[in-house]
Design a protein around this ligand. Structure first.
Ligand code: NMX
Ligand code: MLT
Length: 444
């Protein structure tokens, strides 16, 4: 992987110097105001951290190093016979800010295949977990246990590793972890849902998505391509979301990438964050059961805007959120939703599940607006992903967030590399108490 390292040895120190000069010239300039509501309101809208890999615009959606997802679908190298971008290409782009060539992407695929093996104790741990333990809990525990492999932690412990070396050690651990995640995920999938079926061997000639799909027992080219797309679009969503922010926060204590990402996965496992993809599928399943209740399970016959509106209102009136809708930053339809919709239009236009999801798209935003609470009534990434996986036979919905977890590592760990290269310090914002805030306001 020397070409990647060489490129980064040019790019990252130059960037760090640029940041140093920028801060010397403009470090004292204000970039926003803080209000009492922001302190109570989950810090929404506060520009309080730097993340170099991607930026989210409320209307346009995410850009990876300046590129929209649509641009990446057109420009990133694709897998053999496939039409979707390779996650390795996204990884290269997020790390360097440059679109990789096919050759560079293949180099990365081969390098990741080489790093994929798990230590025996992690395999043993995964094989010992009870099937009932949620796949996300298994994933986060296994990632944390990979701490035993950390080159960063070992080098730090020697006491004579200069700070200038931190980013390279972080990168080494990050690449190792990104390579091992599909193996861990496939073991969890096969253990929990397929009686411990062996995952087989990684093929060094294949890309990460193809190997990942094959280890879980999927060989259909359509599924492989979907998985590649899935791993690209979930990879990064700027720095403030729960999983990215957690990686940044824990990593800022110089905990190694395994410890930082293990913590992030515990946040991704929450229903308001990554678990929403599972919640969506379970909600759709309940809707279908109710629509089919009175006519022998034939829910399709009762699928219309009126019956769906009733379902949506029932969910809201029982005090639950509509999973897959709303967002803390986005104020329009998530482009990650749109590109999955395009995929469905291309590959499964006649699917009944797709019809259901499409009709919800016509019904839910108006209802959420009438309901009057959600600031964003439009669908996010999680509203669509489950039915695509169902279409290709991955029906086990409590595994879906694990796929998100395999992907998210690509963005947040590259961001961690950038953070270490800039020497960003321990994150430690100031908190206040309510009496303190009241006193502050009274004195102002
Ligand atoms: N259905 C019903 N109510 C909603 C929804 C929704 N989809 N979205 C927001 N609200 C409510 C929210 O619960 C809050 O109510 P209350 O004042 O009673 O606490 C109110 O609207 C204002 O919330 P917002 O400011 O619009 O949203 P916030 O930034 O706090 O939260 C989400 C963002 C994404 C957590 C929220 O929209 C939500 O719970 N959505 C459903 C879960 C989901 O799809 N999560 C996945 C996000 C993407 N991801 O992968 O991480
Ligand atoms: C994400 O991909 O992390 C979600 O859309 C949540 C967010 O950005 O806040």
């Amino acid at each position: 992987l020397e070409p990647l390292y060489e490129r980064l040895r040019e790019i990252l120190p130059k960037h760090a110097q640029d940041v140093k000069e920028f801060r010397e010239a403009h470090g004292g300039e204000a970039i926003g105001i803080l209000t009492v509501d922001m302190a109570y309101g989950g810090m929404r809208g506060i520009k309080g951290m730097v993340s170099e890999t991607s930026v989210l615009d409320a209307d346009e959606g995410i850009r990876f190093q300046g590129h929209t997802l649509l641009e990446l679908q057109e420009t990133l190298p694709r897998g053999p016979g496939g039409q979707e971008p390779l996650p390795e290409g996204a990884l290269w782009l997020l790390l360097t800010g440059e679109l990789p060539t096919q050759k560079e992407t293949t180099l990365l695929s081969k390098d990741l295949a080489r790093r994929a093996e798990l230590p025996h104790h992690v395999e043993q741990m995964l094989n010992n977990f009870p099937k009932e333990l949620h796949p996300m809990a298994q994933l986060s525990a296994a990632v944390t246990a990979l701490h035993s492999e950390s080159k960063f932690a070992k080098a730090y412990a020697t006491g004579d590793t200069p700070k200038s070396k931190y980013w390279e050690l972080t990168l080494e651990d990050s690449l190792d972890l990104i390579a091992k995640l599909p193996v861990i995920a496939a073991m969890i999938y096969n253990n929990v849902f397929h009686n411990g079926r062996p995952i087989g061997k990684i093929d060094p000639e294949k890309d990460l998505g193809a190997n990942f799909a094959n280890m879980m027992g999927f060989t259909d080219e359509g599924f492989v391509d979907l998985l590649r797309l899935y791993l690209v679009i979930h990879a990064d969503h700027e720095g403030g979301n729960v999983s990215a922010h957690t990686t940044h926060l824990v990593g800022s204590a110089l905990s190694d990438p395994y410890l930082a990402y293990g913590a992030a996965l515990n946040g991704l496992a929450g229903p308001l964050h990554g678990l929403a993809n599972q919640e969506v599928l379970s909600w759709l399943t309940k809707i279908k059961a109710r629509l089919g209740e009175k006519n022998g399970g034939n829910w399709q016959e009762n699928l219309n805007k009126k019956s769906l509106s009733d379902e949506v209102w029932n969910t809201l009136n029982s005090g639950q959120v509509i999973p897959g809708y709303g967002h803390a930053v986005l104020r329009k339809t998530d482009p990650r939703y749109t590109c999955q919709r395009e995929f469905a239009l291309k590959h499964m236009p006649d699917s009944d599940d797709f019809k259901l999801v499409s009709m919800l798209y016509e019904v839910v935003p108006d209802i959420l607006l009438k309901h009057g609470k959600a600031k964003n009534p439009w669908p996010n990434v999680d509203a669509h992903s489950g039915i695509l996986l169902q279409h290709y036979g991955m029906t086990e919905m409590n595994f879906y967030t694990v796929l998100f977890g395999v992907s998210r590592a690509i963005g947040v760990l590259t961001s961690l590399v950038w953070s270490r290269s800039m020497g960003l310090p321990l994150e430690r914002p100031k908190s206040m108490s309510t009496p303190g805030l009241k006193a502050f306001v009274a004195a102002a």
